[in-house]
Design a protein around this ligand. Structure first.
Ligand code: TYD
Ligand code: MG
Length: 453
């Protein structure tokens, strides 16, 4: 007989409590706990994820090594660790409108043309909407089958009927199971459905992609609670209005994480950007103060990015601090260090800092470049365009070592940079490259090297 059970589930963090509370004891959010009634029918929810489970020696050579399928987009293949692994469950998260459906339709089309039948389940857009999009992208194939459906039972039956090479669920928030009373998109539904897709993927050896919407802070019910469950988590990012899109791997059971793929959104879908550093640098002004390049690390890949600062006379009682692409608190700290340790005055100036190309620099290694750009603009002295810099600033004005110094310097050398200012602690790693290295123990000496007066 079907049993009914009541859970109280936090819609922010997915935590489960035994009774309703105003505040979630796990994440401290208010008013996020919702009652969810669960009906377990015949206990299938706890069924094994693989058929005929029996212990097998790890050395068993009779088992074939699964062959990865290519997606037709090298940038996607790299982020996945070399292609799609059969039976894998992949979450593709991102803001609404960023291009997740476009990406999955392009990948689905390539697989349909080169591997076999692909099922694209759309719970958000009608058949005609998806077909029109496919038409525009040139993603039409007889092997690409569309299903407009949101009930997991129906989707499961459809997947069972044919041997699909891949299945795309667009989106996981639109799918529901009738075992739960909660609305589609709630934490309980999303988690339950994702669990079911995990079983289907492993049981049928079909790779499944789950598309999931997530907001910037990740508080919306959904993708964040699925990260531990799926094999691979990819986030698709970018500034909505700019054409640049970055696909970032944050978890991967089949390859290295933090890999990125760079795309440009065009009127005919997503195009790969083979040489992102060149893209980020191609509109760079020369001989203008306030601009400097940092060899950043995005995932495992070094990327040259331009940091710009503009420091101007302020007529406001509290001068402006406008920052995009970097944490504003980090910029405040750098300004304070420059005032206190090097004697540059910014308190009566408006300060604008921007990272070109819509890239986000989250690493402290960007500190030194930001400091140099600020002082360069304040003094109105350009930094030589063949110079790049990286390093973390400490509160005493010291320049601290950062990781992956060698790949940063190699990327700079590949793009013809002549000099690189870097932390003393990183220099030993980076020798024997064509870039001249200047080590800076503290921010003052870095400024002297970059801006000789
Ligand atoms: P979409 O894939 O629908 O985003 P998501 O599934 O993540 O919500 O993409 C939405 C945006 O992409 C939309 O604003 C239009 C734009 N776009 C293009 O610029 N070119 C194209 O070829 C396509 C299909 C979409
Ligand atoms: Mg979509």
């Amino acid at each position: 007989m079907a049993k009914t059970k009541v859970d109280y589930v936090c819609q922010a963090c997915g935590g489960i409590t035994t009774r309703w509370q105003g505040r979630c004891p796990e994440c401290d959010e208010w008013n996020t706990i919702v009652e969810e009634t669960r009906t377990d029918e015949g206990g299938h929810a706890r069924a094994s994820i693989v058929k005929d489970a029996a212990p097998v020696p790890i050395t068993d050579s009779m088992r074939e090594v699964p062959e990865r399928m290519h997606t037709g987009l090298l940038e996607v293949d790299r982020v996945l660790g070399g292609g799609i692994v059969p039976g894998s469950l992949t979450l593709v998260g991102g803001d609404p409108g960023i291009g997740k459906s476009t990406l999955m339709l392009q990948v689905g089309h390539y697989l349909a043309e080169h591997a076999g039948q692909v099922l694209y389940v759309s719970g958000e857009e009608s058949f005609d909407q998806t077909r029109m999009r496919g038409d525009r992208l040139g993603a039409m194939s007889d092997n690409l089958l569309l299903l407009t459906e949101t009930s997991i039972g129906v989707i499961r039956d459809q997947i069972g009927k044919a041997k699909y090479k891949a299945v795309v669920i667009d989106s996981i928030q639109s799918v529901y199971t009738s075992n739960l009373s909660a609305v589609p998109g709630s934490v309980g539904q999303v988690r339950e459905c994702a669990n079911e897709f995990l079983r289907i993927a492993k049981g049928t050896n079909t790779p499944i992609f789950l598309v999931g919407h997530v907001t910037k802070d990740g508080t919306i019910a959904g993708p964040r609670v699925l990260e531990h469950l799926v094999d691979t988590v990819l986030y698709f990012e970018g500034e909505g209005k700019q054409a640049l899109r970055i696909l970032r791997g944050v978890k991967n059971r089949f390859g290295s994480t933090n890999e990125i793929g760079v795309f440009e959104m065009t009127d005919r879908g997503l195009q790969e950007v083979e040489n992102p550093s060149a893209l980020f640098l191609n509109e760079r002004p020369t001989n203008i103060s306030g601009s400097v390049v940092i060899p950043a690390i995005e995932g495992t890949r070094p990327l040259l990015v331009e940091v710009q600062a503009l420091v101007s006379e302020s007529h406001l009682s509290s001068p402006r601090r406008t920052v995009t692409g970097i944490n504003p608190n980090r910029v405040s700290l750098i300004l304070a260090v420059l005032e206190k340790r090097s004697g540059y005055q910014f308190s009566d100036k408006d300060v604008f800092v921007n990272v070109a190309g819509g890239v986000r620099l989250d690493e402290p290694a960007a500190d030194l470049a930001v400091a140099l750009a600020l002082v360069s603009s304040l003094l109105d002295v350009p930094i030589p365009s063949s110079l790049c810099a990286f390093g973390e600033l400490g509160l005493a004005g010291e320049v601290r070592a950062v990781d992956r110094a060698r790949s940063r310097v190699s990327e700079a050398s590949k793009f013809g940079f002549g000099t690189c200012i870097l932390p003393t602690g990183c220099a030993a790693d980076c020798e024997a490259q064509s870039v001249e290295l200047f080590t800076a123990p503290e921010v003052g000496s870095a400024i002297e090297m970059a801006l000789p007066r």
